[in-house]
Write a protein that binds this ligand. Structure first.
Ligand SMILES: C[S@@+](CC[C@H](N)C(=O)[O-])C[C@H]1O[C@@H](n2cnc3c(N)ncnc32)[C@H](O)[C@@H]1O
Length: 289
């Protein structure tokens, strides 16, 4: 979990659990689901340098290895692209409700889009995080989200968003040559938010030349990640991995097609109620309560 802007992604202090762990690790944001002993999900922060995935796994097993599924670690990717791998750790008591997590890693951001995340523009205007959220279109990805955003000096951006049980987070490194943005959303109602719509909304904020999408579906609804075509991009690889307890992870990598690169929408217009990407005219997304 990443916390920025002085607001934790987990909700109240009373329901947010904090576990101290050996070796300086701390577990944050463990969400009880259907009882305090059943963990729906957990993320952790690690102040020490990450030396290897297997070391991470053994630490996580110390916390979650005794859950019914045991701890399960996967490294997913295409052998022909060794620098693009997805490291997954999964442990569950028994997911009772459908839960989807979508994670996108984007590189080679469109320079015009990336420029939004520099505080000072060429004409000397100093942007706030709020302006970046609006101008980039991040506020339109899931419009119902209450967003806590943060701008770095001289550039860079992070936000956490919440709405009911749903969370999202964005982190942007806009510097040319190594630009990168990540997007993560979980806990939303999959019936009111389509896989392709969500991905295309995120892409339109950043216009990356390459990206990956990891979709984890727990507790049913495995058809949500429908693996359809994404306009302007070609799917380079796709891996499906079943998870214990009936979950499914779909990991795909994409590169901008040379013939039809995705054209970023104008950053001067607010994106409201447009249906050219298949969104509802109100841009409304209904969330679970
Ligand atoms: C979005 S932030 C880093 C987010 C990262 N996940 C984290 O939690 O540290 C990265 C961008 O902010 C810029 N930045 C400026 N000051 C920074 C700082 N003190 N720590 C991290 N990034 C900083 C970097 O140059 C980069 O463009």
């Amino acid at each position: 979990m990443e916390s920025k802007g002085g607001k934790k992604k987990s909700s109240s202090s009373s329901s947010s659990l904090h576990y101290e762990a050996p070796l300086g690790y701390s577990i944050e944001d463990v969400r009880p689901h259907g009882g305090i002993k059943k963990f729906q999900s957990a993320a952790y922060s690690n102040p020490s340098p990450h030396r290897s995935f297997s070391e991470e796994v053994s630490v996580l097993n110390g916390f979650f290895g005794s859950l019914k599924s045991g701890g399960n670690a996967f490294v997913i990717g295409d052998a022909s692209m060794p620098s693009r791998k997805w490291h997954v750790y999964h442990a569950t008591e028994k997911p009772e409700a459908p839960m989807i997590t979508l994670e996108m890693c984007m590189t080679g951001l469109d320079p015009e889009r990336a420029s939004i995340f520099f505080k000072k523009s060429v004409d000397g205007h100093v942007s706030s995080a709020k302006e970046m959220t609006k101008l980039s279109g991040i506020s339109d990805i899931i419009p119902e989200m209450e967003i806590c955003d943060f701008d770095f000096e001289p550039c860079g951006y992070s936000m956490n968003g919440m709405h009911g049980p749903a969370f999202s987070t964005v982190h942007v490194t806009p510097e040319d040559g190594f630009s990168y943005a990540s997007y993560e959303a979980m806990g939303f109602n999959p019936d009111s938010l389509s896989y392709l719509d969500l991905i295309e909304r995120v892409l339109s904020c950043f216009g990356p030349s390459e990206f990956s999408v990891a979709t984890t579906v727990l507790g049913g609804g495995s058809t949500w990640a429908n693996k359809g075509d994404i306009y302007g991009y070609t799917c380079d690889s796709m891996v499906e991995q079943e998870l214990p307890g009936g979950g499914l992870l779909v990991y795909q990598t994409f590169a901008a097609s040379s013939v039809t690169p995705m054209s970023p929408r104008s950053i001067l217009n607010n994106w409201q109620g447009k249906d050219d990407n298949g969104f509802s005219s109100e841009g409304e997304v209904v969330m679970d309560d």
